[in-house]
Write a new protein. Structure first.
Length: 254
């Protein structure tokens, strides 16, 4: 029932956006070359699909995103568990993390290009940086705020490290880490597109640059809509994964 209700809300919101979009085009008298109508954008979608461009670029972006995001969150969760547990170490590293966290990943781009060149790696590194800090800080905060009862249970049963972190602490704090995973996903997806605009020869970011250079506003709008829809699907997908993990751990995510 919840899925059907959400689908109805999504359909209603989509129709409302389309109506407002068409009304804006009609009232503003914009040229199709500057601000395409929904119909022109639909034709742009058809052209991209017929040429195989859209499928190719979606595959390239999702592949980069999977590598950068998964590697980043896995490392961030492992480090977050360790640093959250050993508070003395985190007290020294926390100021460094707080200084680095607000810096946009794109600010590091000149150094990234200098070290890794132009091509695939800059986009991967930017995704990695964008996803790393939200998960790291969420994991550290969750571990530091764990209920003492979990640790007493581990002590009573004689459970020692690293089993305490992997079998007791991580399942207990995962619902709080999940929030960081969502934040990291949204941030990483945004910066993926930005990273692909620098030197990549495929992907949705490259598609945007290519459409702009060719003055194809319809293809540009089609690419923008694709990015938004894929972002929604990715967020829904990670929610499904989180609930599966929550059921495995018996947590409230289930």
């Amino acid at each position: 029932m919840r899925t059907v209700k959400n689908a109805r809300h999504l359909l209603g919101a989509s129709l409302l956006v389309l109506a407002a979009w068409q009304a804006l085009v009609s009232a503003g008298g914009f040229s199709e070359a500057l601000f395409p109508s929904p119909l022109a954008t639909l034709r742009g979608f058809y052209e991209l699909i017929a040429d195989g461009v859209l499928v190719r670029d979606i595959g390239a972006s999702l592949g980069r995103f999977a590598v950068g995001y998964l590697s980043s969150i896995l490392l961030a969760m492992v480090l977050g568990l360790v640093l959250g547990w050993y508070r003395g170490i985190w007290s020294y590293l926390n100021p460094i993390a707080q200084v680095l966290r607000p810096i946009s990943p794109m600010a590091w781009l000149p150094f990234i290009v200098l070290f890794f060149g132009i091509g695939e790696m800059p986009a991967l590194v930017i995704i990695f940086i964008a996803a790393f800090f939200p998960v790291l800080l969420a994991t550290v905060a969750a571990v530091r705020g764990i209920e003492p009862v979990y640790l007493k249970v581990a002590q009573n049963f004689g459970i020692r490290q690293p089993a305490v972190l992997t079998k007791i602490v991580f399942p207990a704090v995962f619902p709080r880490i999940a929030t960081g995973l969502h934040l990291a996903l949204g941030t990483a997806w945004v910066f993926l597109v930005a990273g692909e605009m620098v030197g990549a020869q495929s992907g949705l970011g490259f598609l945007i640059i290519d459409a702009r250079n060719n003055l194809r506003a319809d293809l540009l709008m089609a690419a923008i809509i694709t990015i938004g829809v894929l972002g929604l699907l990715l967020d829904s997908g990670i929610t499904v994964v989180e609930r599966a993990i929550g059921r495995r751990f018996g947590s409230r995510l289930a």
